[in-house]
Design a protein around this ligand. Structure first.
Ligand code: UD1
Length: 356
């Protein structure tokens, strides 16, 4: 007699930073029957592989203060909890995995109210409010960074790193489909999964001096950059989004990046030295806490956006390009933070919780 597969509901929504680790975990559970929980019109509708049926609920994050808008959101939250309980019961799910954010609230409440186990993964060094609130209710709290544990004193913390997409771990990474000479230094600029308009502006103002040294720039602008297409140069490649990040970050001499957990994890796995510019409006400034981990490890230089100028960024990059030994050291320090088998560790933890 063969055992029926374990049914798992994955609640991961919104950004690459929330979705990629969950997809990497799902790929490690081929013997499970997995369905997804997300919201309509977010990145999950594009990124979640078709083999995982997507259930959607209309949950939203709370605004500051408590007005009519918050009451509507509360009503949606209650409706979402009822709906997730229905999905879990009807589908006979045996557990829930979540990467946090506002989808996690109804997922954790519904699962725990039905007595189902929940494994939570928090990739940031400063855990989000939802994580801090619901962490103690979960059967395991998997952390991307050790530094997060002190903010979750009552949770069952296990540091597993943050899983990266399988492309980063493949023995043979597909080659870059961009024309960049082998010996040219390459600066890669990216601003999370949605691009960073403020970073893009600094980069365009500073870029000429970098290009004059013979360096190439691959600039991933996001699709909402009003200045896209303005700056042109034969060594400057501008794209709204690029898929083959594994090959690009491995090839990069230096990255200029926001400090979302996903980006940092990939920089570490690839051993890519970086200048980090935390997104100043991220919830509770959590990207600065992420960046601190890298700066303290000697893997990156961090610039506060409010104190940065194009001139300062220009000089920092020129100095680093002239100092390959420093770049190599930063890259090695980044590699030392990496947890390349994070998805395996997370899958083992989940199996331990769901199968014991
Ligand atoms: C603005 C904001 O609050 N962002 C948060 C969001 O992640 P957000 O998705 O914004 O940022 P992350 O750095 O975590 O992830 C970005 C991902 O997009 C990928 N990418 C980017 C550009 C591109 O052209 N191609 C591509 O594949 C990167 O390789 C990376 O995997 O959730 C993360 C996890 O909780 C947080 O740490 C981030 O702070």
């Amino acid at each position: 007699m063969t055992n029926a597969p374990i049914k798992l509901l994955i609640a991961a929504s919104g950004t690459g930073g929330h979705l990629f680790p969950a997809i990497a975990l799902a790929e490690k559970l081929p013997d499970y029957e997995i369905e997804w929980l997300g919201v309509p019109n977010r990145l999950e509708t594009q990124l979640v592989p078709k083999q995982y049926p997507l259930n959607t609920i209309p949950v939203e994050g709370f605004q500051q203060g408590f007005g009519l808008a918050s009451l509507k959101i509360l009503a949606k939250l209650i409706g979402s909890i009822i709906e997730v309980r229905r999905i879990l019961k009807q589908g006979k799910f045996q557990g829930v995995f979540t990467t946090g954010g506002y989808i996690a609230g109804p997922a954790v409440i519904a699962a725990r109210s039905l007595g189902l186990p929940v494994v939570f993964h928090e990739s940031n060094a400063l855990p989000g409010k939802v994580t801090r609130f619901f962490g103690p209710w979960c059967n395991a709290m998997a952390l991307g960074f050790d530094a997060a544990a002190k903010y979750l004193p009552k949770a069952k913390n296990v540091c597993v790193g943050t899983p990266v997409r399988s492309q980063f771990l493949a023995a043979e990474i597909p080659p870059l489909d961009l024309t960049i000479p082998d010996n040219a230094p390459l600066i890669v600029v990216f601003g999370g999964s949605q691009g960073a308009v403020a970073v893009n502006k600094f980069v365009r103002q500073a870029a000429s001096a970098w290009l004059d040294t013979g360096a190439y720039i691959v600039h991933l602008t996001g699709d909402r950059d009003p200045d896209a297409g303005i700056f042109k140069h034969p060594q400057y490649i501008e794209l709204p989004f690029y898929d083959n990040m594994a090959a690009l970050l491995r090839r990069a001499t230096l990255a200029i990046s926001r400090s979302g957990a996903g980006s940092l994890t990939e920089l570490a796995v690839c051993g890519t030295p970086a200048i980090l510019i935390p997104y100043p409006f991220a919830a509770e400034d959590h990207q600065s806490y992420n960046a601190d981990v890298f700066t303290k490890a000697g893997a990156a230089i961090t610039d506060k956006q409010s104190e940065l100028t194009a001139e300062k960024l220009q000089t920092q990059v020129l100095q680093l390009l002239q100092n390959p030994a420093e770049l190599t050291k930063m890259g090695e320090n980044a590699k030392a933070i990496a947890v390349p088998d994070s998805a395996d560790k997370l899958a083992s933890l989940l199996r331990e919780v769901l199968e014991s």
